[in-house]
Design a binder for this molecule. Structure first.
Ligand code: PBG
Length: 323
C-alpha cells in the first residue's frame, strides 16, 4: 500500500504535528560543558579558534558554572592549564594543581553540579604528549602511574567522575584499582574509549596549549579508518571497569556511536570536539550557514546515533534552546 493512501507529508504539515511525532528528543540532562581552567584570578583569556570559549581562572570558571547550572546544564568537564609544564607532567597530580583547585571551588559553590575531570598528561607535559616519553616514544606502561595519581588527586578534590582521555592501554583498569584502593569505590570512570587521532582537535590544542612538540598522536589514538577496532577498545574498557564509554570526535564517527550503542549496555557519551564547534562558528561568522540551526541539527544527529551524554561547547546554547 502506498500513495495515495500513504502520505508521509501529513505528519509534517504543522509545527505541532512535527513536534508530536519527533523520534529524537534531546534532553538538557545529558549535556556536559567543557571548561578550560588556568592560573590567576579575574581572568578570561579568549581562544581565537573557539569564539565564545576562553581559558578561565578558577573564580571565573565558578561564574561560568553558575551560568550553565542556572540554564539547567547538569555537568561540566574540566581541563587544566598549569602554571608550568615539565617532561613528566607533574602538574597533573600536584596536590594544589589547577584542576584540584577548580574542583574544590566549583563543588563548594555548586554542590549539585556534576564535575567531571579530564585525566591526561598532555596539558601538563612540555612535549605535549599524553604520556611519559622514553626514547622518543610515548611509553604505555610508564604512563599509567602518573595517570592513576592524577585521577586520585581529582577524586580527593571531590570530582564526581574521572574521564581518562590519554588512550594508554590498561589505564582504565589501573585507575579503577587505584581509586578502589584509596576508598573511592563510588567514583565512576567515563572512559574516552574510542578516541580517534583527529584533525578536529586543532582548536583545543590552542586552548590547552597542548600541541605535541614532535610527532603526532597516531601511535596511541585510533586510526579513522577503523570502526570494528572501536568496539574492541570499548569492550576492553568495559572489562577494565569503565562506567560510561565515550566516542570522540562525534560528527565524523556517527557510525561508531551507533555501533557502540547497539553492542553495549553502558551509557554512551560522545564528544562534539573543538573543531566541530569551530567549523560551525566560522561558517556562521562568514554568513555561510545559520549557526543555531546547524548547532541543533548536528546535536540531533549525535543523539539520534545513540549518545545519551554529549560533551559540547554549545551546551549553554543548547540548554537555552531546549528550555
Ligand atoms: C587530551 C584531550 C584532547 C581533547 C580532549 N582531551 C586533545 C587531544 O587528544 O589532542 C580534545 C577536545 C576537543 O578538541 O574539543 N587528552
Amino acid at each position: 500500500m502506498a500513495y495515495p493512501t500513504h502520505r508521509p507529508r501529513r505528519l509534517r504539515r504543522t509545527a505541532a504535528l512535527r513536534r508530536l511525532v519527533a523520534e529524537t528528543r534531546p534532553s538538557i540532562d545529558g549535556l556536559v560543558l567543557p571548561l578550560f581552567v588556568a592560573p590567576g584570578s579575574g581572568r578570561a583569556q579568549p581562544i581565537a579558534a573557539m569564539p565564545g570559549v576562553a581559558q578561565l581562572s578558577v573564580d571565573r570558571a565558578v561564574d561560568e558554572c553558575k551560568a550553565a547550572f542556572d540554564l539547567g546544564v547538569p555537568a561540566v568537564i574540566l581541563f587544566g592549564i598549569p602554571e608550568r609544564k615539565d617532561a613528566i607532567g607533574s602538574g597533573a597530580y600536584a596536590a594544589d594543581g589547577i584542576v584540584v583547585r577548580a574542583v574544590e571551588a566549583i563543588k563548594s559553590a555548586l554542590p549539585e553540579l556534576l564535575v567531571v575531570t579530564d585525566v591526561c598528561l598532555c596539558e601538563y607535559t612540555d612535549h605535549g604528549h599524553c604520556g611519559i616519553v622514553e626514547n622518543g616514544e610515548v611509553a604505555n606502561d610508564a604512563s599509567l602511574e602518573p595517570l592513576v595519581k592524577e585521577a586520585l588527586a581529582h577524586a580527593r578534590a571531590g570530582a564526581d567522575i574521572v574521564a581518562p582521555s590519554d588512550m594508554m592501554d590498561g589505564r582504565v583498569g589501573a585507575i579503577r584499582a587505584g581509586l578502589d584502593r584509596a576508598g573511592f569505590v563510588d567514583v565512576p570512570i567515563m572512559a574516552y574509549a574510542a578516541k580517534y587521532a583527529s584533525a578536529f582537535y586543532g582548536p583545543f590544542r590552542e586552548a590547552a596549549e597542548s600541541t605535541p612538540r614532535f610527532g603526532d598522536r597516531r601511535g596511541y589514538q585510533m586510526d579513522s579508518a577503523n570502526a570494528r577496532e572501536a568496539l574492541r577498545e570499548v569492550a576492553l574498557d568495559v572489562e577494565e571497569g569503565a562506567d560510561i564509554v565515550m566516542v570522540k570526535p562525534a560528527l565524523a564517527y556517527l557510525d561508531v556511536i551507533q555501533r557502540v550503542h547497539e553492542r553495549f549496555d553502558l551509557p554512551v557519551a560522545a564528544y562534539a570536539v573543538s573543531g566541530e564547534y569551530a567549523m560551525i562558528k566560522a561558517a556562521a561568522a562568514a554568513g555561510m550557514i545559520d549557526e543555531e540551526r546547524a548547532m541543533w541539527e548536528t546535536h540531533l544527529a549525535i543523539v539520534r546515533a545513540g549518545a545519551s551524554i554529549v560533551l559540547t561547547y554549545f551546551a549553554k546554547d543548547l540548554a537555552r534552546r531546549m528550555r
